[in-house]
Design a protein around this ligand. Structure first.
Ligand code: NUP
Length: 226
């Protein structure tokens, strides 16, 4: 990866509002959309198809945060697999009988697997960071298209990039509402920053997205990746 050091993916999570207009406004401005569980459960998995019909560009990700046996992860994924490009699963469930089966299923449908390596919230230090070496062992064995790494703790993202090398895509949440500044994760080695509330809750999401892009560009120039 590393070919798109300005990546911006918008997280759509709230089940209480329709995102059709927002997706149309941001189409072509951002690099993709990530659909969260509250949205997909509240509106139904078919809502992914409805939203996607409003923007055929970019990467569409279902953030299912799967953590189950392979059989059940495949059943869950089958509800949205036709409408998205990639699905997010947790890494701690391991490869055999779990992520290995899920990856095979997704690849048979031409879809990508993204595995959570670590998370963006403070509690990730309690368990996730301690388990990181083991989770990265599983990720190395599995070879997914992408991993999730925290924008809020750039040193963790850098260590994940160093361990996994340049070929895996790193997507990094935590920008804006959770405190990380735009571009910080890109400087730390991520390919895409995931931004939800900072853009989605803005009265003018398109301007907010353009402002994030500009802030990413400035930050990247200052860290020498721009
Ligand atoms: O570690 C993670 N942290 C995180 O916030 C992994 C995630 N997938 N996310 C998701 O990123 C979260 O579910 C939400 O959809 C988005 C962040 O949204 P916001 O804090 O920018 O509003």
């Amino acid at each position: 990866m590393g070919s798109n050091p300005m990546g911006l993916i918008v997280a759509l999570d709230s089940p209480d509002r329709g995102f059709e207009g927002l997706v149309e406004d941001l189409c072509g401005v951002v690099d993709g959309f990530k659909l969260g569980l509250p949205l997909l459960m509240g509106r139904g998995p078919g809502y992914a198809a409805e939203l996607r019909s409003r923007c055929r560009e970019g990467i569409w990700i279902a953030d299912l945060k799967l953590a189950d046996i392979g059989h059940v992860m495949k059943l869950t994924t089958s509800l949205v697999v036709d409408h998205v490009d990639a699905v997010i699963a947790h890494g701690f469930v391991g490869v055999k009988g779990a992520l290995g089966e899920l990856k095979e299923f997704l690849e048979s449908r031409g879809r990508k697997l993204i595995v959570v390596a670590s998370m963006s919230h403070p509690g990730a230090e309690e368990v996730y960071d301690k388990a990181l070496p083991l989770i990265l062992d599983a990720i190395e064995e599995l070879g997914p298209w992408g991993v999730v790494a925290p924008a809020t703790r750039p040193h963790v993202t850098t260590s994940i990039r160093e361990r996994l090398g340049p070929r895996v895509a790193i997507v990094s949440p935590g920008v804006g509402a959770q405190g990380a500044e735009p571009g910080a994760a890109l400087c730390a080695g991520a390919d895409y920053e995931i931004v939800g509330r900072l853009i989605v809750s803005s009265p003018d999401p398109r301007s907010a997205a353009l402002a994030v892009r500009e802030a990413q560009r400035r930050r990247l120039a200052s860290c020498g990746r721009g």
